[in-house]
Design a protein around this ligand. Structure first.
Ligand code: ZN
Ligand code: ZN
Length: 413
């Protein structure tokens, strides 16, 4: 049985998530969003959380098959009206200082063939209803951590040629590799890894580049302006209470925000994008003064179109992230069809909302001030992958000095 084989390491993994990911504090509530299939692992998370002093562990369960049934049978108005009690519940826990663990384990094709209008309506109504709750996590008021465990449906998409049990086992193995769980002391390995990320972050913040020039043989030729006062982040960070937490496990990225009016040129994706249960692939976006003015897609054209048309901000970039091509996830050569992993295998951008924490004074600015500073706003934030083995990124400082940041897909620093 698969789970027996991984019992010890699963236990250590649960400890890592609660201790390093959330860094749970005495008396703190913990909310876990989890698939019902993961109950065994969720119990391990709860056990470690209580052992470390958590006050209460609350679980919001989900199930792929039930979600699919809802999309197939429920009428449109259900998707246009996100339940208020659910949003209120999350907000209530956020106000009490809860930590939030989200287990990302969706079948990438879960919503294939579903009416895209229902998906768009749900994405929109949930973004609006959860806006207050997102303020707590997007501004790092609370500790939060997105992580993964396999589900059968997801594992079979990643490893279609083996049995379901074997696929689940292989996906556990891949997740453990990506999260450094095979190191002798994973907690220590994470401290070292986070230290390395910090060094790059400090260098980029010292240089405070004005522009980044992206070039790749696939046709990518893009200039990205960075706003004055932008802040690079990555690895872990402190929430407003000064508690260090790691929002994504695994994480390899170093990221900041682009100037919403300063992106020009064309960019091609290099890994498929799983958006709301649909895949978008082999696409390109052409930017002028920060806005997408043209786009193409061989797969998922209509889904991409809906995404770009969600609101004004969805046509602009809200994140610039650097990930070496030789990161452990990239080296595994596995396409996870899950952004948490695939984005950490590749340099990426995000369409939509920028994190105000990536700008000096950003969290205190009102909407007008954020716009003036070049910080994009939108109901959505969707990462897409652009890193390639020959990607070159050159930075230009405000004095006009040019420094090679990435060469052949990897850090040149
Ligand atoms: Zn990112
Ligand atoms: Zn992102």
């Amino acid at each position: 049985m698969v789970l027996d084989k991984f019992k010890d390491i699963m236990d250590k993994y649960a400890n890592l998530i609660v201790k390093v990911g959330i860094n749970i504090q005495k008396g703190q509530p913990l909310v876990i969003n989890a698939p019902v299939e993961g109950a065994e692992f969720v119990r391990l998370l709860a056990k470690h959380a209580y052992n470390l002093g958590a006050k209460e562990v609350h679980v919001n369960w989900n199930d792929g098959e039930l979600t699919r049934m809802k999309y197939d049978y429920a009428p449109m108005e259900v998707f246009e009206n996100f339940p208020k009690w659910y949003a209120d519940g999350l907000e209530d826990y956020a106000k009490k200082g809860a930590g939030f663990i989200s287990i990302s384990a969706q079948d990438p094709y879960l919503l294939k063939g579903v009416d895209p209008k229902k998906i768009a309506a749900n994405n929109k109504s949930s973004s609006i209803a959860l806006k207050e709750y997102y303020k707590y996590t997007m501004n790092d008021l609370n500790a939060w951590c997105v992580m993964s465990i396999p589900t059968k449906a997801w594992a079979k998409r990643v490893f279609p040629d083996v049995s379901e049990d074997e696929a689940v086992e292989k996906l556990w193995d891949a997740i453990f590799k990506a999260t450094r769980m095979y190191e002798e002391d994973p907690v220590k390995a994470w401290e070292e890894h986070l230290g390395n990320i910090e060094k790059r972050v400090n260098f980029l913040n010292e240089k405070s580049f004005k522009k980044l020039y992206y070039k790749s043989s696939n046709g990518t030729d893009l200039t990205v302006e960075l706003p004055e006062g932008h802040i690079w982040g990555g690895g872990g960070g402190k929430n407003v209470k000064g508690v260090f937490f790691v929002a994504n496990m695994p994480t390899e990225e170093v990221f900041t925000l682009p100037h919403k009016y300063g992106v020009n040129g064309v960019v091609y994706n290099t890994k498929p994008l799983n958006y709301g249960g649909n895949l978008i692939d082999k696409f390109s976006l052409t930017f002028k003064d920060g806005k997408v003015v043209d786009f193409e897609a061989e797969e998922g054209y209509d889904v991409l179109k809906d995404l770009l048309n969600m609101d004004e901000g969805a046509k602009r970039l809200g994140e610039v992230a650097l990930v070496p091509y030789d990161s452990p996830i990239s080296q595994s050569n596995i396409i996870f069809y899950n952004t948490l992993f695939d984005e950490n295998a590749s340099c990426h951008f995000a369409l939509g909302k920028a994190y105000p924490t990536n700008l000096k004074g950003g969290p205190e600015m009102n909407e007008e001030e954020l716009d003036k500073a070049g910080v994009n706003d939108s109901l959505t934030h969707v990462d897409f992958m652009v890193g390639d083995k020959d990607l070159s990124i050159v930075g230009e400082t405000r004095d006009g000095e040019r420094i090679q940041i990435f060469e052949n897909g990897n850090w040149a620093l």
